[in-house]
Design a binder for this molecule. Structure first.
Ligand code: AMP
Length: 449
């Protein structure tokens, strides 16, 4: 009988297996390729960089502008240039529910210029000195130091044509690294104005046409679409051709040459380490005259990983329908900056130190501790807590970690007595005080009154 029942049960089970759908374990979504979470352990470095940028901005009189992450895609197509890698291959473009073509911003200069034009900032005393800090998006092949969502900070000077603006921008870009303890150097070039650049482009195109059989397939395309980018090619086969290519500097018109020489004189005066790089063209169409990049001096030669770069973009305003507005700026990559800052052994200031720590034992005590915490918060005393913990030992360990000089302990008994224990964290000596006098007592101990 027993056996029969067993038999039936296993049969039933089999039926169940067939009819009941297999329960699927839901898969945890992952971050997208090339995008990453910035976890608490790293946040100290982000603050370190942000604080340094903010302090440089304050020193040099720059004001912050935040622009939206989403813009009309046309803004970047027109400014960065339709034949650039960013626009051709890397932009996140999509249509929204209204059928508008939008792009996640791949960089911020175009947005800053748009904001300048939209808000009539040309009516304000010039130049406008702006800075920004935030995420950018490029659909690149992720690798070390190259992400699809990354962050940049940048400084822009709008409405100033003089070489002093170029020099100021380069100096700030360089000073950021110098003050972070990172050895950096500057590579610089001039791309001239549309007139002298056109002459140069023709000469460069002629030169590459005569060498067409020796260059890579990408360069053959660049030759037709964007000849200046020929100088960007890193293919070993193209390097000898690039080495003997005509140089822009030989083609600069008098005004562009004077401007460039003047920028270099500023850099000489400041003693900044710069190198002329005739092949530096940058990947964006809006540049005119000065272009520069900042490299870490420890990096391998030929490393493609510039820490940041920038230059002058005198024609961008007109491209976007504004009136002529000379401008220049730079952008640094925050992730790359943080990697260098870590390599340089910069120490992140520890998490907020506390003067006192409020510990509690039991539900009622926890409620009392809440009110005590709020009382202290308004007094200027640095107060910390760990309300989610119940063990007193764990709380005192946390108080120790935060360097608190006193722990205020509220337990069941203290709730009933209307008191609180003040524990000297160094000596371990404890005393009982009236709950309502705890703030004054601590202020006295910390010599605040
Ligand atoms: P660009 O706007 O291309 O001149 O880039 C300026 C700086 O932004 C670079 O030197 C990098 O430090 C940083 N950067 C650009 N693209 C990326 C990326 N895909 N991932 C991380 N950092 C980037």
């Amino acid at each position: 009988m027993k056996e029969k029942k067993l038999e039936k049960t296993s049969k039933e089970n089999k039926e169940k297996e067939v009819t009941e759908p297999v329960k699927k374990v839901p898969q945890t979504p992952q971050t997208l390729r090339g995008m990453k979470d910035i976890l608490p352990a790293d946040q100290g470095y982000w603050w370190l960089v942000f604080d340094k940028v903010r302090s440089l901005a304050k020193t040099y009189g720059f004001e912050k502008i935040d622009t939206p992450l989403l813009e009309e895609s046309g803004l970047f197509v027109r400014s960065v240039g339709k034949d650039t890698d960013i626009v051709e291959k890397e932009m996140y473009i999509f249509e929204d529910l209204d059928g508008q073509k939008l792009a996640l911003r791949p960089e911020a200069t175009a947005s800053i210029m748009r904001a300048y034009l939209n808000h009539g900032m040309w009516n304000l005393p010039q130049p406008i000195k702006a800075w920004y800090f935030g995420p950018m998006f490029r659909h690149e092949r992720p690798q070390s130091g190259r992400y699809r969502q990354f962050h940049q900070f940048g400084f822009e000077i709008l409405g100033e044509a003089g070489p002093v603006a170029d020099a100021l921008i380069i100096m700030i870009a360089y000073n950021f690294y110098a003050e972070m303890g990172v050895n950096a150097s500057i590579q610089i070039n001039s791309l001239g104005c549309p007139v002298c650049r056109e002459n140069y482009k023709n000469e460069l195109t002629q030169y590459y046409k005569t060498n067409r059989s020796k260059i890579c397939e990408s360069c053959k395309k660049r030759l037709v679409k964007n000849p200046l980018r020929l100088l960007d090619c890193k293919e070993p086969g193209c390097l000898p051709i690039k080495e003997t290519a005509p140089q822009m500097i030989e083609f600069l018109c008098d005004d562009c040459k004077t401007h460039f020489m003047s920028v270099l004189e500023f850099l000489d005066e400041l003693g900044l380490p710069y190198f002329l790089n005739h092949n530096l063209v940058r990947g964006l169409d809006y540049y005119t005259r000065t272009v520069f990049e900042i490299y870490s001096t420890g990096d391998d030669e030929g490393s493609q990983a510039a820490l940041g770069g920038g230059g002058r973009y005198d024609l961008l305003s007109e491209v976007l329908g504004g009136k002529p507005t000379p401008a220049c700026g730079f952008a640094h990559g925050v992730e790359r900056a943080i990697a260098k800052v870590k390599e340089a052994g910069q120490v992140v200031p520890e998490t907020i130190k506390a003067d006192i720590f409020i510990a509690q034992l039991g539900e009622q005590a926890r409620r009392k501790a809440f009110t005590l915490f709020e009382k202290f918060r308004h007094t200027g005393v640095k107060v910390a807590e760990s309300f989610c913990r119940s063990s007193l030992r764990g709380q005192l360990e946390q108080a120790d970690k935060l360097g608190a000089r006193y722990a205020l302990i509220v337990g069941q008994k203290e709730v009933q007595d209307g008191s609180v224990i003040i524990r000297d964290m160094e000596s371990g000596v404890q005393e009982m005080v009236d709950f309502n006098k705890a703030v004054a007592e601590i202020q006295k101990k910390l010599l605040l009154i």
